[in-house]
Write a protein that binds this ligand. Sequence first.
Ligand code: GLY
Length: 395
Amino acid sequence: MKQVIDEGILAAGRYDHAPQLTKERCEEALSFILDQIDRNLETFIDTFPSEASSGNVYRQVGNTEWTPAFWTGMLWLAYETTGNEKYRQAAEKQLPSYKQRIEERRYTNTHDLGFLYTLSCVSAYKLTGNEDAKQIALDAAELLYIRYLDKAGIIQAWGNLDDPRQRGRMIIDCLMNLPLLYWASEVSGDRKFYDAAHSHVHMSAKYLIREDASSYHTYYMDAETGAPKYGKTAQGYSDDSCWSRGQAWGIYGFPLSYRYTGETELLELTTKIANYFLNRLPEDFVCYWDLIFTEGTEERDSSAASIAVCGLLEAAAHFPLTEPLKRKYENAALSILESLIENYMTKDVPESNGILLHAVYSKPGNNGVDECCIWGDYYMHEALVRVTKDWKPYW
Ligand code: GLY
């Protein structure tokens, strides 16, 4: 693996102590999330929340984007943690829509099949043994596998495989799509899915992560020769800045690959990426939308913060008890979480049907800026489940 600098944690003592966040406070936040889910339960049955809200209110959209399964995933979290059948029934009502999407190849030219089918169908299979859901997820894994470009050793992120603008482009978000492939190998016994995910994670480590432990959002490879080309942003401030959510996808994505491969270098890399992220958090621990900003009036991205909480907790869970970073990452995760609970939830915004305020979907695209984003809500829910229960990831 290439040399990547470890900054360590620069602010001495910042993550040495756990914040005052109590389990009761986390339970209260969870119960607020359940109230919001209840409020949305009748609305989002045949439709899903839009990717980002407008005026903090999600619209109803079809199963076309990369995001519907964040809602279905929240239903599964709600079912798993409460045992209330109404959440299971609501999630199961949505499964035909995921099946139809795969069978009819509608909006399936995307690596985001991982997000979509892990949280809707792998979760259904893991929690209830639903064989139909298992088959839908395996079919999705087959479609995701088709996007593997073997010369480059990567999964192409976006668009048709022959689209010259997208050919050979990988993006850091894809790390979260790999668990679908690892899982598919486990349940089918077919090694090809694992091999593709394994190659992709190593190519991501080599090219998407820079030597200073920051990340490119996207990176182009020559699909015919496998030669590396160049990094480019899509949602960050600039090609050479570090988009906060991309870094957060890395903080969560690399330890998830560690979970399946057991390769300690993936965990070591996670610590360098995580330290870079933690070193650029403002006073209230919630990152700006790009890590080039550490103070001032630019928007925060609470969704990157909630993803990072889950990633820090995932990484910490794999450290031995004697590893000092284990405690520091748990403290950092709780500090971010406390800030999100106290200052970023929609508790005082009664018109909102979301959970977390102040996320940014795409600042360059002027899309969902300072709004709720449905994945931010999902990861906030997951983070709270992680800290209050003994939870096995759907990933
Ligand atoms: N995966 C798309 C995003 O993070 O905006």
